[in-house]
Design a protein around this ligand. Structure first.
Ligand code: HDD
Length: 714
C-alpha cells in the first residue's frame, strides 16, 4: 500500500526529540546487569555443583527475577483497556485569538505535538476492544506553554451530574463483586439497578445503547470534551466553550452480532486497526471544533451549560472547525508510553479555564490522586511520556523515583539566597491566572433546579436517529435488559423509557415479555436524599426547542471515502485472476486494502495459470474482520465450501457491500441471499464498472435496510 506521508521522515517534534533521549536499543550491544556489568550467562543460576542448590550470592539471577516480580502496576480503575498514538495538532488560523490567549489555538504556524489514548471504560486491560461501551478519547497537547489535556469521550454527555456519584456508577458497571462477572459488559443486574434509579443517566443511556458504543474503528469516532470549559482572552474576558473532535473518515459502527463475534476472532481489533493504519501511512485525522457561547448568554438555553448530561444542539450553536489533529507515529513501547501516560482534565494552559460543572470539579481532584497509586508517587510527571516540552522549574523536591537533580540551596519561596528564583510569571510573561469568576453563595450540599430535566435531550437523541439506528437502540436495550435477572429492575427501566419515548418503551417491553408501565405523571426519582422533600428532586421535562438534530445521527456522517477499509476477495483454484487483479488495483487506488482468501494458505492458481499468493485461509480469516467482500468468477469450488458460504452469508447479515462477478452465480446460488436484487449486493461481468459501483457502495459503509428482510442465520 502506498505511503501517503511518512511521519518518520518529517522534522521531529520537540516531544519526539525529548522522548528519544530516553530510548534504548539492544541491537549490537552486550547483555549487562542494571549496574552495567557485562553478563556471560543469564540462562543458568550459580549453583553449589551442577546438581546442587542455587546460591543466594547469584546477584544476576536475583536482579532478573526481582525486576520481573515487580513488572506489573495497577491498571487504571476505569479506561484500563486502551491504545495510543503520537501525532501533531495545527490550528487553521488565528480567528480564536479574540477568545483565547492560548498560543496553540491561535498560532497557525505552530505544530503542537500530541499523544492520544483511546480506550473502553469498563473492561480490564486484557478485555475485548468491541465491548458495548463509551470510548475514551484523551489528548495530551505538549504546548510550549505547558501540557493541555483534553480528556474526553466519544459521547458528548455523561451518566451523572455530580462527581461524588462516580464511584457508585463504576462499582455498578464493573464486574459484580461476588463473582467478578461479567467482564467488560454493562449487561448485568448491578448496572441496570443503578441506572434505573438514576434518571439523570437517561440521555447518556440513549448514546451507550446506540451504535456509537460499538465503533468500527478508533479512527471513525467523534470526540467530545463533554463539560463546558472557558476560553479566556488577553483582556481576561471569558467565553464558554464545548470541544468536539470530528473524524475525517466519518463516524461508523459495526453490528452488535458482529461486535460479539469480533471479540472472539480478534479482541485486539481496534488496537490492530489503529496500529496498522499508522504503519501503512493512513494517518487518522480529526478536526477540532468549538461551540462558543458568550458569558451573557449563559442562561439563554432551556438547559444548564454546567450540566454534563446535556449537549448544546448544533442547531443552536454551530460547531466551528478550528484545526486538525493527525496521528502519525505508533509508540515505541506500550508500557513506557501508553500505559504510563497520565491524563488530567486539570492540566490546562493560559487561555483555557474551568467552569463550575460539578462533574468537572470532582474530576479535577481524581486524576492526580489516581496516578499517585497507579504510577507510584508524586514524580509521575517526570516519566518521559508525561514530561511537558515547556521547561519545568519549581520548589517541589524529592519523593519516590525522583529523576531531576535540582541544583542550588533554595527550595522555598520567598528566598534571597537563590536570587528569588524561580520567579513567578506575570500574565504578560505567560503566567497562568485563574479566571476571576464572581461567586457569592451559601454552602449547600445540593443541586440546582436547572439540572432537573433528565429526559428532553434523551428524547431529542432518539428522535434524531435513522430508522435503522432506532431499531439498533431498541435491540440493544432489549439485549441488555434481557441479561438482567431481576424482573423488578427491568420494569423500573421500562418506567424510565416511557419518559423518553413510549414507542421505544413498548418495543423493549414487548421483547422482554412485559407490559409497558403507565407513564407516571411525575417521573419518579429514587435518588432523593433521605432528608430531602420528595418534590425537591423530581425530574421535570422541559420542551426542547430543537425537535431533531442532524449531528446526533451517524447516518448523516460523511460517506465519501473508502480509505483504509478492508476487503476480502474470496478465491479458489480456477479463479478469474485478471478480474482479481483489476479489482485489487481499483480498491488500492481508492485507498482500501484487499486480501486474498482461499481454502488454504500458499497460492491459488487462476484459470489462466496465474499464481496468486494467499493472505489468509478460511480458517484464520473471518467476514467480521472485513468491511466488504468480492467474489470473482471461476470460484465454483466455493459453492460446496461451508466456510466460504458462511463468510458470504455473515457479510450479508451484517449489511456489508458484496460484489460478485455475474459468472460467480453458481456460488451465490448456494448462499442465503441468492434470490433477487438486494441493496448493497453488486453483480456484473464488466469488472471495471463493477469495481466502480462496489467502491461507491463501500462508501455507504453498510446497507442497514437489508435488516428489514429478516436476519440471515449466520
Ligand atoms: Fe474519567 C480516566 C474520561 C468522568 C475519574 N477518564 C479517564 C480516561 C478518560 C476519561 C478518557 C482515560 C485517560 C487515559 O487514557 O489515561 N472521565 C472521562 C470523561 C468523564 C469522566 C469524559 C465525564 C465527562 N472520571 C470522571 C469522573 C471521575 C473520573 C467524574 C472521578 C470522580 N477517570 C477518572 C480516574 C481515571 C479516569 C479514576 C482512571 C485512570 C486515570 O484517571 O488516569 O481518575
Amino acid at each position: 500500500m502506498a505511503k501517503e506521508n511518512n511521519g518518520k521522515d518529517k522534522k521531529k517534534t520537540l516531544k519526539q526529540q525529548q522522548l528519544e533521549s530516553y530510548t534504548e536499543e539492544n541491537t549490537g550491544e552486550f547483555l549487562t546487569t542494571n549496574q552495567g556489568l557485562k553478563v556471560n550467562d543469564d540462562q543458568n543460576t550459580l549453583k553449589a555443583g551442577e546438581r546442587g542448590p542455587s546460591l543466594l550470592e547469584d546477584f544476576i539471577m536475583r536482579e532478573k527475577i526481582t525486576h520481573f516480580d515487580h513488572e506489573r502496576i495497577p491498571e487504571r480503575i476505569v479506561h484500563a483497556r486502551g491504545s495510543a498514538a503520537h501525532g501533531v495538532f495545527k490550528v487553521y488560523d488565528n480567528k480564536l485569538s479574540k477568545y483565547t490567549r492560548a498560543n496553540f489555538l491561535t498560532n497557525p504556524s505552530l505544530e503542537t505535538p500530541v499523544f492520544v489514548r483511546f480506550s473502553t471504560v469498563a473492561g480490564s486491560r486484557g478485555s475485548s476492544d468491541l465491548a458495548r461501551d463509551a470510548r475514551g478519547f484523551a489528548v495530551k497537547f505538549y504546548t510550549e506553554e505547558g501540557n493541555f489535556d483534553l480528556v474526553g469521550n466519544n459521547i458528548p454527555v455523561f451518566f451523572i451530574q455530580d462527581a461524588i456519584k462516580f464511584p457508585d456508577l463504576i462499582h455498578a458497571v464493573k464486574p459484580e463483586p461476588h463473582n467478578e462477572m461479567p467482564q467488560a459488559a454493562s449487561a448485568h443486574d448491578t448496572f441496570w439497578d443503578f441506572i434505573s434509579l438514576m434518571p439523570e443517566s437517561a440521555h447518556m443511556i440513549m448514546w451507550v445503547m446506540s451504535d456509537r458504543a460499538i465503533p468500527r474503528s478508533y479512527r471513525m469516532i467523534e470526540g467530545f470534551g463533554v463539560h463546558t470549559f472557558r476560553l479566556v482572552n488577553a483582556k481576561g474576558v471569558s467565553t464558554f466553550v464545548k470541544f468536539h473532535w470530528k473524524p475525517l473518515l466519518g463516524v461508523h459502527a459495526v453490528a452488535w452480532d458482529e461486535a460479539q463475534k469480533i471479540s472472539g476472532k480478534d479482541p485486539d481489533f481496534h488496537r490492530r486497526d489503529l496500529w496498522e493504519a499508522i504503519e501503512n501511512g493512513h494517518f487518522p485525522e480529526y478536526e477540532l471544533g468549538v461551540q462558543l457561547v458568550a458569558e451573557e448568554d449563559e442562561h439563554k438555553f432551556e438547559f444548564d451549560l454546567l450540566d454534563p448530561t446535556k449537549l448544546i444542539p448544533e442547531e443552536l450553536v454551530p460547531v466551528q472547525k478550528i484545526g486538525k489533529l493527525m496521528l502519525n507515529r505508533n509508540p515505541d513501547n506500550f508500557f513506557a508510553e501508553t500505559e504510563q501516560a497520565a491524563f488530567h482534565p486539570g492540566h490546562i494552559v493560559p487561555g483555557i479555564d474551568f467552569t463550575s460543572d460539578p462533574l468537572l470539579q470532582g474530576r479535577l481532584f481524581s486524576y492526580t490522586d489516581t496516578q499517585l497509586i497507579r504510577l507510584g508517587g508524586p514524580n509521575f510527571h517526570e516519566i518521559p511520556i508525561n514530561r511537558p516540552v515547556a521547561p519545568m522549574h519549581n520548589n517541589q523536591r524529592d519523593g519516590h523515583m525522583r529523576q531531576e537533580v535540582n541544583r542550588g540551596r533554595t527550595s522555598y519561596q520567598p528566598n534571597s539566597l537563590g536570587g528569588g528564583c524561580p520567579f513567578q510569571a506575570k500574565m504578560v510573561e505567560g503566567g497562568f491566572s485563574s479566571h476571576a469568576e464572581k461567586i457569592d453563595a451559601q454552602k449547600v450540599r445540593g443541586r440546582s433546579k436547572s439540572f432537573f430535566d433528565h429526559f428532553s435531550q434523551a428524547t431529542l437523541f432518539y428522535n434524531s436517529q435513522s430508522d435503522a439506528e432506532k431499531t439498533h437502540l431498541e435491540d440493544a436495550l432489549t439485549f441488555e435488559l434481557g441479561k438482567v435477572e431481576t424482573v423488578e429492575i427491568r420494569k423500573r427501566m421500562l418506567g424510565i423509557l416511557t419518559q423518553i419515548d413510549t414507542g421505544l418503551a413498548t418495543k423493549v417491553a414487548d421483547g422482554l415479555g412485559l407490559q409497558v408501565p403507565a407513564r407516571p405523571e411525575h417521573p419518579i426519582n429514587h435518588s432523593i436524599p433521605a432528608d430531602g422533600h420528595p418534590n425537591d428532586y423530581q425530574p421535570v421535562k422541559t420542551k426542547s426547542s430543537v425537535a431533531t438534530s442532524a449531528a446526533l445521527s451517524m447516518a448523516n456522517s460523511p460517506k465519501d471515502t473508502i480509505k483504509s477499509r478492508k476487503v476480502a476477495i474470496l478465491t479458489a483454484d480456477g479463479v478469474n485472476a485478471a478480474h482479481v487483479e483489476t479489482m485489487q488495483k481499483a480498491l488500492e487506488a481508492a485507498g482500501a486494502a484487499a486480501d486474498i482468501i482461499a481454502p488454504k494458505l500458499g497460492i491459488v492458481e487462476g484459470k489462466s495459470g496465474k499464481e496468486i499468493p494467499v493472505k489468509s485461509s478460511f480458517l484464520t480469516a473471518a467476514s467480521v474482520l472485513y468491511d466488504a467482500v468480492y467474489l470473482p468468477g471461476g470460484t465454483t469450488a466455493l459453492a460446496g465450501n461451508g466456510d466460504a458460504l458462511h463468510f458470504l452469508n455473515e457479510a450479508y447479515r451484517h449489511c456489508k457491500p458484496i460484489a460478485a462477478d455475474a459468472d460467480a452465480s453458481d456460488v451465490l446460488r448456494s448462499t442465503w441471499f441468492a434470490e433477487g436484487e438486494t441493496p448493497g449486493v453488486f453483480t456484473g461481468n464488466d469488472i471495471k464498472a463493477l469495481a466502480a459501483t462496489f467502491i461507491e457502495g463501500m462508501k455507504q459503509h453498510r446497507f442497514w435496510e437489508r435488516e428489514k428482510m429478516g436476519k440471515v442465520p449466520a
